[in-house]
Design a protein around this ligand. Structure first.
Ligand SMILES: *Cc1c(COP(=O)(O)O)cnc(C)c1O
Length: 456
């Protein structure tokens, strides 16, 4: 399978090249040349264990580029550290189903993709006898999942910047208590925008980028989307097997549109999914788009579900590409309009999607209500999903909400909803007293470059 850019000005690349490349050089995002159709395989896929299903889905997109047995090893290594051998568990929270995607090392769904991405990076680099310095900026969850995905790997160093004093104590501890030699945490004396700006400056310095073999860890890497396609099939099969339903609908708490875009691809491949429910918090650019057809930027509003506090969704361009009939000229034009005026508009709704947003009060009420009725605590991101899903239930089609994080990561929201900090997880409690390592630096790209020069 070859991969093409949404902007159409990059020569098609192989899967391995796509993994290392991240963003296409023309500024676009990479997509498979063709979406595989798998309808005739569903009966065989239905009863596969999670890792075997991952292997089957990935092979559709990788073909022979990585031998099957090699890929099998990479996949099983990626999910060996998960709490349950099932990797993803599906619970019933009547009237909904709830897929726990947060059983990985950092207790967020991002582990599912980043554990695999780390092992793919390691494998591709080993084969090419190369090394990589991964650099990223995080406001919280992505950084720790990325660090845990590559810790201890001999051909990768990872540098993660976070705004000094502006991530939660748990998030900070999840990153800085990882003491492997190849992990470098940097607290930037500034805000998240400073980290983003520095990241851009590092990648724009082509000489430095090449000399130090910089690679990006962010939500646009194709392998992340690929890994996420799997659980849409997996959860749909589980619910079908339990209910006998012909199809299901899936509700996705969304920020950068990476998770739900994987659901979109699963649906295009032939997964038994009738509808996707896109849920946002008060940062509702995506919900507004799917209701009105207008994609318009506004100011970021901090909430208790911070991983969804996003106004420009980095994966949206991938969806736009399909909505514009796979015409990269039109994608470029729309993206240019958006870059200039902060706004673009498409005709007609997409019947595959419904969307809604939940306020902080509605989110807190969803946590409370679920706890009262099921004795089960959901995290604030998943609660946004459940609040929105509850307004979009269908009579004949079961609904699955994707659970994107463990509630123990967000004690403040749990305390506000339930009056007490009731959600704990032994792994979170255990890291709070561990020793940490972190370097504090001024918000200047030269300081970060010096640090990379010294450390890599
Ligand atoms: C990243 C994240 C999201 C948003 O997912 P996108 O792929 O960016 O839409 C939702 N919830 C949690 C807990 C996250 O970490």
């Amino acid at each position: 399978m070859r991969y093409i850019s949404t902007r159409g000005r990059t020569e098609p690349v192989s899967f391995k090249q796509a993994v290392i490349m991240g963003l296409a050089p023309d500024g676009g995002l990479l997509l498979p040349e063709k979406i595989p159709a798998v309808k005739d395989k569903l009966d065989f896929w239905r009863d596969l264990e999670y890792s075997e299903l991952t292997l089957a889905v990935m092979q559709e997109f990788i073909e022979n580029e990585i031998p099957r047995e090699t890929l099998r090893k990479l996949v099983s290594k990626s999910y060996a550290k998960f709490e349950s051998p099932e990797v993803v568990t599906v619970k019933e929270l009547d009237p909904l189903f709830f897929a726990e995607l947060f059983l990985g090392p950092t207790l967020a769904f991002k582990d599912i993709a980043l554990q695999l991405l780390g092992n793919l990076f390691e494998h591709v680099l080993e084969e090419a006898d190369e090394r990589l310095n991964l650099v990223g900026a995080t406001s919280g969850d992505t950084g720790s999942a990325a660090i845990h995905g590559v810790r201890g790997k001999s051909n990768i160093d990872i540098f993660i910047m976070h705004p000094d004093g502006k991530v939660s104590p748990i998030q900070r501890q999840q990153m800085t208590s990882v003491l492997d030699d190849n992990v470098h945490n940097i607290a930037i004396q500034g805000n998240f925008d400073d980290s983003q700006r520095i990241l851009k400056e590092l990648f724009n310095d082509l000489e430095f980028k090449q000399a130090y073999k910089l690679g990006a860890v962010n939500s646009v890497n194709w392998a992340r989307i690929l890994a996420q396609i799997v659980y849409y099939f997996y959860a749909a099969f589980k619910v079908q097997n339990r209910t006998g339903a012909e199809a299901i609908q899936v509700c996705v708490p969304s920020g950068n549109f990476g998770n739900i875009f994987a659901g979109y691809l699963a649906t295009q491949m032939g997964a038994p999914i009738k509808r996707l429910i896109l849920a946002t918090n008060e940062n509702d650019i995506l919900a507004r788009f799917f209701t009105t057809g207008v994609y318009e930027r506004s100011a970021v509003h901090p909430t208790l579900s911070p991983s969804m506090d996003i106004q420009v969704a980095s994966n949206f361009e991938r969806y736009l590409y399909y909505r514009l009939g796979e015409n990269s000229g039109k994608v470029e034009k729309q993206m240019a309009l958006f870059a200039k005026g902060g706004k673009l508009a498409l005709p007609g709704p997409d019947p595959l999607f419904v969307a809604g947003s939940a306020t902080t009060d509605q989110m807190l009420a969803a946590i409370r209500d679920n706890y009262q009725r099921h004795g089960y605590i959901i995290d604030p991101h998943s609660a946004v999903g459940i609040a929105v899903a509850s307004n979009n239930l269908l009579d004949d089609t079961p609904t699955i909400c994707l659970g994107t994080a463990h509630p123990a990561k967000f004690p403040e929201a749990v305390r506000r909803a339930l009056g007490k900090d009731l959600a704990h997880h032994p792994r979170i409690d255990a890291i709070m007293d561990l020793p940490t390592r972190c370097t504090t630096l001024p918000p200047k790209s030269e300081s970060i470059k010096d640090f990379i020069r010294e450390s890599s």
